[in-house]
Write a protein of this length. Structure first.
Lengths: 239, 90
């Protein structure tokens, strides 16, 4: 798309049965300056959107495996095709699980090592600030966004982990504490082309002062997640 | 009516948090004989007719594509279980 048309960037947010955070994701797109477009899992037509967010929640109740059934939705066939063609795709939490089940990202998520649901404000290091969803951050920048999950332990075999590290595809790492036993403190990863990003924590819950995490300049003023959505708008302008 | 059983287990090299919790609970109930536990899944797929080789092959494909995730799980058994009653103790 042409430069200077940020406001016309259309970002799709897919709702699956059991999705919880689609409205927050749409709100984050809007607050960043884009136009959110609601998409439905059963519809294979992405309505010409410029990028897609797979939001968090418990699609199909996490039955079978988290994200396992959603992966076969008609909308996901279209997302897989578009992602391979370079369209930016962000998977948050359950959306990340769907991306791994769809083989757009390697590895998988299993139950947290301590078996408990975790809900906390989590510090992350941005390890790759050149993806479609992180280009507005500084390399190594620490950000604080909410984390809330049961099946958040990222696992992959050693060879895959070494590849991810070697190719700079670890996008985010947990800082301070590893909240779920994830291999090598990995909180989020990207594909080789850096257009597909998945992470367990929730940037869409940290986009508006008054409703975000605690921050140095006041209570609940944290908006560290907004950069995901301004990043993709910037990536689309420069595409 | 025919039935195919598919069994899926977490890969040996993947830590199984649920199995770990189970083996932690056993000694608290006096079951001190068990030093490890791993928790898997058993699926019972029903067909209207007999379990033919084609049905078994379809079950194998379903096991690899939907019922398991090869990154974290192994399919350890795909078998005609028409003679077993549902959920029977072996």
């Amino acid at each position: 798309m042409a430069a200077g048309t940020l406001a016309s960037a259309r970002i799709g947010v897919i709702t699956f049965p059991g999705t919880l955070d689609d409205r927050d994701a749409a709100r984050a797109v809007r607050l960043a300056g884009g136009e959110p477009v609601s998409l439905f899992h059963a519809d294979g037509d992405l309505q010409g959107v410029d990028a897609v967010v797979l939001p968090g929640g418990f699609s199909y109740g996490d039955y079978l495996r988290a994200g396992a059934i959603s992966r076969f939705a008609p909308a996901m066939d279209a997302v897989v095709d578009a992602a391979r063609g370079g369209m930016p795709v962000l998977g948050i939490c359950n959306g990340f699980q769907v991306l791994t089940e769809a083989h757009l990202l390697p590895g998988s998520m299993i139950k947290n090592d301590h078996l408990h649901f975790v809900c906390r404000e989590q510090v992350l290091a941005v390890e790759n600030a050149s993806t479609a969803w992180t280009n507005r951050y500084e390399q190594g920048q620490h950000i604080t966004i909410p984390l809330k999950n049961q099946d958040g332990q990222f696992v992959a075999d050693e060879r895959t982990l070494d590849e991810l590290e070697g190719e700079g595809r670890v996008a985010f790492r947990y800082v301070g504490t590893n909240p779920n036993g994830s291999r090598r403190d990995i909180a989020g990863i990207t594909n080789a082309a850096c257009n597909v990003v998945g992470l367990m924590p929730h940037p869409e819950h940290a986009v508006e002062a008054g409703f975000g995490p605690e921050a140095a300049d006041g209570t609940k003023t944290g908006v560290d997640g907004l950069g995901f959505f301004t990043s993709v708008l910037a990536a689309l302008v420069h595409a | 009516m025919g039935r195919v059983v598919v069994e899926v287990m977490p890969k040996p090299e993947i830590l199984d948090p649920q199995g770990k919790a189970v083996v932690g609970a056993l000694p608290r109930l006096g079951f001190t004989q068990f030093s490890g536990a791993r928790q898997g899944k058993r699926f019972e797929l029903e067909v209207d007719g007999e379990v033919t080789p084609e049905v078994l092959e379809a079950a194998r494909q379903a096991a690899e594509t939907l019922l398991s995730n090869p990154i974290i799980e192994d399919v350890v058994r795909v078998a005609d279980a028409s003679e077993e009653s549902a959920g029977a103790v072996a």
